[in-house]
Design a protein. Structure first.
Length: 342
C-alpha cells in the first residue's frame, strides 16, 4: 500500500466540504475495503469499516477521524459573479485573492475577488471585508454562470499539497484527513494481528458543521471504547505556549472531562513503553472534536483524544510535521497490539 505521505496527499486533494463529503467517502471506502471484514456508508455518509476479532460479544474499539473540510456554499449569483457563505469556521481576512473550486456539475475554478490597494478607501484598508460582501469570479459571462452554477453548489479553497524543508507538509484539509490517513495506516498495520476486540474505523462527516456525523455513526456502532484522532494547535510565534504544542514534538493526548480516564491512561502507558513522544493536552471542556458527542453516545463510550499539532488551522496552508503523524500511527497501532483497552 502507499506510504503515509502519499496517502495524505491523495486524501487532502479531494474536494469534500462539510455536508458534501461523497468524493472523499468513496475514496476512503475503497481504501478501507481490503482492511476490514465489513465496510459500509451509513445514512449520514460516515464510512465505516469493521474488523472483527472473532469472539462473540467481544468489546469494540472505535477509531474516528473526520473527512470533511472547511469550504463554502453558493448563496446567489450576482451578474457573472458568485456570492457564498462559509461551511465551517474561518477568518474572512484569509479569503480575498484565494483560488477556489466551485463544485458544480463539473468543477469550476475561480478566484475570490479583491480590490487593488489603489482603489481601497481609508476605511476599507483598516478592516476585513465581510464574507457576505465577497464574491467569486469564475471568468464566465452572466449567462454562462447562470447555466453552470446554482445556489446550493458547494465549493472548496484550493491549497495544493507540498513539502517544506525539515519534514513539514502543507495542504488544505490536513484537518482532518491527516488523521484519516493515519487511521487507514493503523488498519493496515493490524490487518493480520490476532485481536482481542473488534476494531471499527469511522471516517466521519460534518465535523466542521458541529460534530454532526460522529454522533449517529457511534450510535449505530455501539462501541465500548473510542480514540478520536484530530488536529490540535501547533506552536507558532504569535501563539501562547500554554495553548499550543510544538510541531515535531509528537502527538498530544487529551485530558479533561471529555477524555475517559482508563483508556487515556492506557494510551499514555503505551506511549511510555514504546518511546513515543507525547504532550498532555488539557481540555477543561469540550475537546471540539468528534470525541465530544461520541463519549455520550447511548450509555457512554470510554473515549480518548489523540491529536497532531497543525499550524495555520482552517486555512489552505495547514502545516504539520509528518513525523508527528507517524508517531500517532505508531501509538494507536501499539495500543491495539497491546490487547488491553483500559
Ligand atoms: Zn477543523
Amino acid at each position: 500500500m502507499t506510504d503515509l505521505k502519499t496517502l495524505v496527499k491523495e486524501l487532502c486533494r479531494i474536494p469534500a466540504p462539510s455536508g458534501f463529503e461523497r468524493a472523499a467517502a468513496e475514496k476512503i471506502a475503497e481504501l478501507i475495503g481490503p482492511l476490514a471484514d465489513e465496510v459500509y456508508t451509513d445514512a449520514m455518509g460516515n464510512v465505516i469499516g469493521i474488523k472483527r476479532c472473532g469472539a462473540p460479544g467481544a468489546p469494540r474499539l472505535l477509531l474516528d477521524a473526520h473527512i470533511d473540510e472547511i469550504g463554502f456554499i453558493v448563496t446567489e449569483l450576482c451578474g457573472g459573479f458568485v456570492k457564498f457563505a462559509p461551511l465551517g469556521k474561518y477568518d474572512p481576512r484569509l479569503l480575498p485573492a484565494r483560488e477556489v473550486t466551485v463544485l458544480a456539475d463539473k468543477p469550476l475554478y475561480g478566484v475570490v475577488a479583491c480590490l487593488p490597494p489603489h482603489l481601497l478607501s481609508e476605511d476599507e484598508k483598516e478592516r476585513a471585508i465581510e464574507i457576505k460582501n465577497l464574491y467569486i469570479d469564475l471568468g464566465l459571462s452572466e449567462e454562462e454562470t447562470k447555466k453552470l452554477v446554482k445556489p446550493g453548489a458547494p465549493g472548496v479553497f484550493e491549497g495544493e499539497f507540498f513539502e517544506l524543508s525539515g519534514g513539514s507538509v502543507v495542504s488544505k484539509a490536513l484537518d482532518d484527513r491527516l488523521c484519516a490517513a493515519v487511521l487507514i495506516k493503523v488498519m493496515e498495520n493490524i490487518k493480520d494481528l490476532p485481536l482481542k476486540f473488534d476494531v471499527c474505523f469511522m471516517a466521519s462527516v460534518q465535523e466542521e458543521a458541529g460534530t454532526r456525523g460522529a454522533a449517529p455513526g457511534a450510535f449505530g456502532l455501539e462501541p465500548d471504547f473510542c480514540i478520536a484522532a484530530d488536529v490540535t494547535f501547533a506552536l507558532q510565534p504569535d501563539t501562547s505556549k500554554a495553548e499550543t504544542f510544538k510541531a515535531g514534538g509528537g502527538v498530544t493526548i487529551g485530558v479533561g472531562p471529555n477524555a475517559s480516564r482508563g483508556i487515556t491512561q492506557r494510551l499514555m502507558e503505551t506511549a511510555a513503553i514504546s518511546g513515543i513522544p507525547y504532550s498532555v493536552e488539557v481540555m477543561p471542556g469540550s475537546s471540539g472534536t468528534d470525541a465530544w458527542p461520541i463519549q455520550v453516545s447511548r450509555l457512554g463510550v470510554a473515549t480518548a483524544i489523540v491529536s497532531i499539532p497543525v499550524k495555520y488551522m482552517h486555512s489552505p496552508v495547514e502545516t504539520a510535521r509528518l513525523s508527528d503523524a507517524e508517531e500517532a500511527c505508531r501509538l494507536i497501532t501499539e495500543y491495539i497490539r497491546g490487547g488491553r483497552l483500559a
